[in-house]
Design a protein. Structure first.
Length: 249
């Protein structure tokens, strides 16, 4: 009888372990599919994620190869790329209606700010997110652009970012971006949706990129030849375009 009890106990342990492994693998895939499914619906651009590795026991995880594409009409391949992002969440919150992420850090992302005649790529993506969240002058249309669970992000950090600034006709330059630090996102009972979180993050990135572009505009204007008859006019238009980045809709 005792041997039978031990065997049953061992069998249950093996079954539980196997179940946790399967759930863990499924969770990694679920996060990847969610990002690649709902991301494009929110931003209206391609969103790809290479790999997710999340531990159910510790709540820690790593996200690799996140790429946010550019809207139509822009020449650069992508707006944002993140080689590695680390996170720590509360495992118990996975069973609740709100997932609590204690910390989320994007390490050394590459941000491309491309200026065109109609504005910047980041400004366009932010406008798309505003539309998805209903934060526009026109009434929001019912959509299914986000999963049912709400989110809470206690600490969000973007560190070591590099800004690639490109302006048609003037060339390009790269400059470092100061750390972007957001705290207390969705800490209320209601939490925030994935679209609302995306909006706040993109807005912070766009603001930091615009500030970096404004401070380093001189590096691009030096590329204008002294013999160009429209140099002053071109520089003026670009300067006005940079200024427009800071204007609220």
């Amino acid at each position: 009888m005792r041997k039978l009890t031990i065997r049953i106990f061992i069998g249950l342990v093996i079954l539980l372990t196997a179940t946790l492994v399967v759930v863990g693998l499924s969770l990694d895939g679920l996060v990847k599919r969610s990002v690649e499914t709902f991301g494009p619906k929110i931003t209206k651009v391609d969103v790809k994620l290479d790999k997710v590795s999340l531990s159910l026991f510790s709540g820690s995880g790593v996200i690799s190869g996140l790429v946010v594409g550019n809207p139509e009409g822009f020449k650069t391949q992508q707006a944002i790329s993140v080689g590695r992002a680390s996170l720590a969440l509360s495992p118990a919150s996975l069973l609740s209606s709100k997932i609590v992420i204690k910390s989320l850090t994007l390490e050394a992302p590459e941000i491309t700010l491309e200026m065109g005649t109609g504005g910047s790529n980041l400004k366009k993506i932010l406008a798309n997110v505003n539309e998805a969240t209903g934060d526009t002058k026109s009434p929001a249309k019912p959509t299914s652009t986000e999963p049912g669970k709400k989110l809470e992000v206690d600490d969000f950090l973007i560190t070591g970012a590099k800004l690639h600034l490109g302006i048609t006709g003037l060339g390009s330059t790269s400059v470092p971006v100061p750390p972007i630090h957001l705290t207390g996102l969705g800490t209320g009972d209601a939490g925030i949706t994935a679209a609302e979180l995306t909006k706040q993050v993109i807005a912070a990135i766009e603001q930091a990129a615009a500030a970096g572009a404004s401070q380093n505009l001189g590096g691009l204007t030096k590329g204008l030849t002294s013999g160009a008859t429209n140099a002053a006019g071109a520089a003026g238009k670009i300067g006005q375009g940079i200024g427009d980045l800071f204007k609220k809709k």
